[in-house]
Design a binder for this molecule. Structure first.
Ligand SMILES: *Cc1c(COP(=O)(O)O)cnc(C)c1O
Length: 235
């Protein structure tokens, strides 16, 4: 991809993020852009780094490992931060704690237990978000709302995992006004968790087609792929 095109897309995303924040009386620097690089080749990631991006989201551990530890991107890895945004299987946790600064997708006690165990091995405190499932779709991972607090309680007792916020993936809806209630619900859950003594400042919500609505409703991290790198498989 032409560097100028990539730069303009990134600039456009930042402008839209800033506008959405200001519209909601928030400071633009309360919202972090996670550039989603699943299926994006290393060469294009290098260009994104040249454009100023430093924080990247991957949805599969193996794909991320190949990029981060092998080949073109690895030389720059020190300067970059990688987040896992996709579902994490227990047998991949050992690699995941090595690779990722933040895991957005903790969705069970068993997974939190395993992250704690593997993070302890490498003397790390793994930062995580708890993924909440707010819609009925069969395909989506995430904890049901009614077990969120017990799971947070369980994580609070662990030395090598720290929960910093919540994440959700709402259903894909063209009408943004139908998506907004999911973002509002995640913020409300965060606020009621705070009332129970759980400090969860981060809200990871919003993708290419709905990140402005997410920011207006309180997102602190947006996960944006297509708006930066183009349609997956077609770039
Ligand atoms: C792919 C993906 C994104 C980015 O989606 P775009 O529509 O390309 O911006 C965000 N979050 C998760 C969990 C994803 O898997």
């Amino acid at each position: 991809m032409e560097m100028q095109i990539l730069f303009n897309r990134i600039k456009d995303v930042y402008v839209r993020m800033s506008r959405a924040a200001m519209k909601a009386d928030r400071s633009p620097d309360e919202v972090q852009l996670i550039a989603v690089t699943k299926t994006v080749e290393a060469g294009l990631i290098r260009e994104a780094v040249a454009c100023g991006l430093r924080v990247f989201g991957e949805s599969k551990v193996q794909e991320a490992k190949n990029k981060i530890t092998g080949g073109e991107v690895s030389a720059m890895s020190e300067r970059l931060s990688w987040h896992l945004i996709g579902h994490l299987q227990k047998n991949k946790v050992r690699d995941a704690v090595q690779l990722f600064d933040l895991i957005h997708s903790v969705d069970s006690v068993e997974l939190a237990d395993e992250i704690d165990r593997q993070a302890e091995r490498i003397e790390k405190v793994q930062r995580v978000l708890v993924q909440v499932k707010l819609s009925e779709e069969e395909t989506k991972h995430g904890l049901a709302e009614n077990v969120l607090f017990p799971v947070l309680e369980r994580i609070r007792g662990k030395k090598h995992v720290t929960a910093e916020g919540l994440m959700t993936i709402p259903p894909f809806l063209d009408d943004l006004n139908s998506v907004r209630p999911y973002f509002i619900r995640l913020r409300e859950l965060r606020d009621s968790a705070a009332a129970e003594g759980f400090s969860l400042p981060e809200l990871s919500m919003g993708m290419s087609h709905d990140f402005e609505a997410a920011i207006e409703e309180g997102a602190t991290m947006v996960r944006v792929g297509t708006a930066i790198f183009g349609e997956r498989g077609l770039q």
